[in-house]
Design a protein. Structure first.
Length: 559
């Protein structure tokens, strides 16, 4: 077998007399003959000034490019978009968040294909840029690396560490008269003290951990905080690494396999990670042409104990996990519990089992429990089905002990209507808050419900109510919540049949979520139901609503 040609794509762009015009363009912006003789590496950046998560990515990209040059490659940086979940939360702008994942993947794919890059290193930072970049890498199947920008450091308020989750919950506490205007203002001024993604095991850190365990990100890189002095070294080394991956001819789909996806799911389960991981890992599997069903998440989570004491359900944040031993320590725990496919390869050239062997645990660390002392015997998510969710829904189990709830439905078409009633004190203990027409097509865009769930917790109702939606939850959500209900209301799902006062039962042990209605009554109500027309279903959101698949299939637009 002949050795892999590092310029396997870009020769068609740069080599030979017929490519003189292309070389002329590139020489006009500073590339020389030596640069164009080397393999071309796309540096897909997600820098933007709209949020802290990605704000520092412009600087980190320079370190990555320095590493690429040092290793014998020529970097070409491109930029794509990003939408802040946290900043847009509770507004119509949040409908663009999940849509942005598809645009990120599409734009990276287009530039890499158009400019014949030999390899791609993607720099992610916030919730949707992380899966969006990896979806693009899976489609392209080039030598690839994904580098996460890292977590923000915690803020300090009243002599305790705080994250942005505390601010969302403070809004509910303020509405309930438990916090003054001055206290809320003081908290918002300290809770997000710099660059980096949200500090708990919310969606960004969940997906960063998942992709390091999967092997597409360098071992030990994900939990290095965004503003830590070592982060520029991590970026430089990642730049060197992508050239090494290219020279070895290792492509994304050699890394992204069924076994590596199962490793990633186990990491989500043992860390109490975001329910959004279900949506995003299904999407990555789809892009890599790997069969993965929503029910496999339940099987893996049921067999994987919850070991990580991380916010929102636990006490610690990503900075604490880094100090404890980082993701390699989590990998080691998965290996020790028999939940790791040890032979799965990673971009470093090591197997994930070899990374487990090299993990270093800080003595006395309290963040990742030993196998002998799990927080719970099973993982942080469950998949339920029933007459309300024939295609399944996702329930978060980390951060509370509840596995059963039965109560009357309080039904809302859209998040704003529910939020107004919550803030007015109109929800009482025992209620099941049902928010529909927030699915991928119905929203459009499948908004997260963090504002509502945080307000319920802030008002002291978190342990006494349940919430059900065809939309999503934030990784910062905690409480008894069922999301991703499929089919969604706008596509004839039975959640459209629920009316105020109907008795809803959520039973984790039975894997069921049901409304106390006969099948013919559900069918009649669904047939009579007319979903409200969203004023936001224009432009790109309209296009998305027409193309998007069910949440149970990852809410992808690639068919």
């Amino acid at each position: 077998m002949s050795p892999f040609d590092p310029k396997h794509k870009s020769r068609a762009l740069t080599d030979g007399p017929q490519r003189a015009a292309a070389r002329a363009y590139l020489k006009g912006i500073g590339y020389g003959d030596d640069d164009l003789a080397k393999p071309i590496i796309g540096v897909a950046n997600t820098w933007i000034e709209t949020m802290p998560c990605n704000f520092h990515r412009r600087v980190r990209a320079t370190h990555v490019k320095d590493g690429i040059r040092a290793a014998g490659g020529t970097p070409m940086e491109l930029n794509t978009i990003a939408i802040s979940d946290g900043i847009t939360m509770g507004t119509s702008g949040m409908k663009t968040s999940l849509v942005s994942r598809e645009v990120i993947a599409d734009s990276i794919e287009l530039v890499a294909r158009g400019h014949l890059f030999d390899g791609v290193i993607a720099l992610s930072g916030c919730d949707k840029t992380i899966p969006g970049t990896v979806m693009a890498l899976a489609r392209l199947d080039l030598p690839s690396v994904m580098l996460y920008g890292g977590s923000i450091r915690p803020g300090r308020y009243e002599d305790r560490d705080v994250t942005i989750m505390d601010v969302f919950e403070a809004v509910g506490a303020h509405a309930a008269g438990k916090m003054s205007d001055e206290q809320l203002h003081e908290l918002e001024g300290v809770a997000s003290p710099g660059a980096g993604a949200c500090g708990g095991q919310f969606t960004a850190n969940t997906m960063a951990m998942a992709f390091e365990v999967l092997g597409i990100s360098p071992a030990g890189s994900a939990m290095v905080p965004a503003e830590h002095k070592a982060k520029h070294e991590v970026a430089f080394e990642a730049g060197q690494l992508i050239v090494d991956v290219l020279k070895r001819g290792v492509t994304a789909r050699q890394i992204i396999t069924k076994h590596s996806l199962e490793n990633a799911i186990a990491a989500v389960a043992t860390s109490g990670g975001s329910t959004n991981a279900v949506l995003h890992l299904l999407a990555v599997a789809k892009e890599a042409d790997i069969e993965l069903s929503i029910d496999e998440f339940d099987a893996i989570s049921t067999a994987t104990p919850l070991l990580c004491d991380l916010k929102p359900g636990g006490r610690y944040n990503a900075v604490d996990l880094y100090a404890a031993g980082g993701v390699p320590l989590v990998i080691q725990r998965l290996r020790d519990m028999g939940r790791l496919h040890e032979d799965a390869i990673t971009v470093t050239g090591q197997t994930v089992g070899e990374i487990a062997d090299g993990a270093r645990e800080t003595e006395g660390q309290p963040v990742v429990r030993p196998l002998s002392d799990p927080i719970k015997p099973t993982g942080g998510i469950a998949i339920l089905r029933g007459n309300l969710a024939p295609e399944g829904c996702v329930v978060k189990l980390a951060g509370h002990e509840r596995r059963y709830h039965q109560g009357p439905a309080r039904v809302f078409d859209g998040e704003e209507a529910a939020m107004a009633v919550v803030l007015a004190g109109g929800i009482v203990a025992g209620d099941v808050v049902v928010i529909r027409n927030e699915g991928p097509a119905g929203g459009p865009g499948m908004r997260e419900m963090l504002a509502v769930t945080a307000a319920l917790n802030g008002a002291g109702l978190g342990e006494h109510v349940a919430l059900l939606t065809d939309g999503r939850f934030s990784g910062a959500t905690h409480g008894f919540m069922g999301g991703h209900v499929a089919p969604e209301a706008a596509r004839g799902g039975p959640i459209a049949a629920v009316r105020d006062g109907d008795v809803v039962t959520i039973d984790v042990d039975a894997k069921r979520i049901d409304v106390a209605l006969a099948e013919d009554e559900i069918a009649a109500r669904v047939a009579a139901y007319e979903a409200p027309v969203s004023v936001d279903a224009t432009g790109v959101l309209r296009k998305y609503a027409l193309l998007v698949s069910s949440a149970s299939e990852g809410a992808v637009t690639t068919g």
